[in-house]
Design a protein around this ligand. Sequence first.
Ligand SMILES: NC(=O)c1ccc[n+]([C@@H]2O[C@H](COP(=O)([O-])OP(=O)(O)OC[C@H]3O[C@@H](n4cnc5c(N)ncnc54)[C@H](OP(=O)(O)O)[C@@H]3O)[C@@H](O)[C@H]2O)c1
Length: 320
Amino acid sequence: VSPNRKSLLKGKVMDLITHTTTLPLLFGCLGIFGLFRLLQWMRTKAYLRNAVVVITGATSGLGRECARVFHAAGAKLVLCGRNVEALEELSRELAASQGQTHKPHTVTFDLSDPGAISVAATKILQCFGYVDILINNAGISFRGTITDTTVDVDRKLMETNYFGPVALTKALLPSMVKRKQGHIVTISSIQGKISIPFRSAYAASKHATQAFFDCLRAEMEQDAIEVTVISPGYIHTNLSVNAVTGDGSIYGAMDKNTAQGRSPAEVALDVLAAVGKRKKDVVLADFLPSVAVYLRTLAPGLFFKVMASRARKERKSKNS
Ligand SMILES: NC(=O)c1ccc[n+]([C@@H]2O[C@H](COP(=O)([O-])OP(=O)(O)OC[C@H]3O[C@@H](n4cnc5c(N)ncnc54)[C@H](OP(=O)(O)O)[C@@H]3O)[C@@H](O)[C@H]2O)c1
């Protein structure tokens, strides 16, 4: 492009911008966008203020941060976990925070114990008489090769990450259906959409979770029950420290990927926004994992090659 043509083009662009109709149009669009965002924010606030929100796995990581942001948004919380001291401490911390907020209730139970769920559901319903939003957040992870992993470990992961949330959801659903109002939120993982090597039991439990709650969403539409599945990438929590290995022992180490993950407080705000907007399926991951999800569907052969190479590299670095 010659310098003359370049300056002519620049002049035309400037003319367009300074044209009498362009600036008002630009400000009009910005105004409409701002108004839309404001209305969305007000809708979210109204949806969460005084809503009864149950959070499982509230003692640590993402669950604890979700408790903080939903409490600050004015929700009435029921905090669940296995560690009664940690739950009570969080409840006291939130109750002492400023603003017009409600003191959270706590319900202690083990999600991997099938016999505990219906008793827990009854206690949860006794807290406020009903539940508006259930956040199935609790979960454990896994590190190991398939050949060295006992089926008991596969079952443990399924009990905690899949059967537990499914049973709790089924126990609370009838009261939601009766009120024709309710919202089930499940924290899955990007590994509920793609499977990466040495995470078999975890990926399988999260794929099952995604499938179950996708079915639930379709079936519950007639009863006005919302279903949101959230699939985060790495978050800087104790998930890898608490992960189990092939023989059922605790992994006990902070993985590099987890340590470099997003802050749980930041992810909790994204969860709040997704719930407020009644989103159906949300991926909260970086560019590469998000691309991998599309690759798995559009070019499975290439995806499998990438994963096989990842397995080779990981095995090599472990053996060296
Ligand atoms: N961190 C990540 O990189 C990442 C990425 C994607 C998805 N996620 C998902 O995010 C969710 C929260 O994990 P996190 O990262 O916050 O990990 P975390 O810090 O280890 O927290 C896990 C929570 O789950 C609870 N829990 C574990 N087993 C339980 C059981 N049998 N019964 C009841 N509660 C149980 C724990 O409570 P106790 O006090 O009872 O142990 C704890 O509060 C999980 O579903 C996880 O799969 C995490």
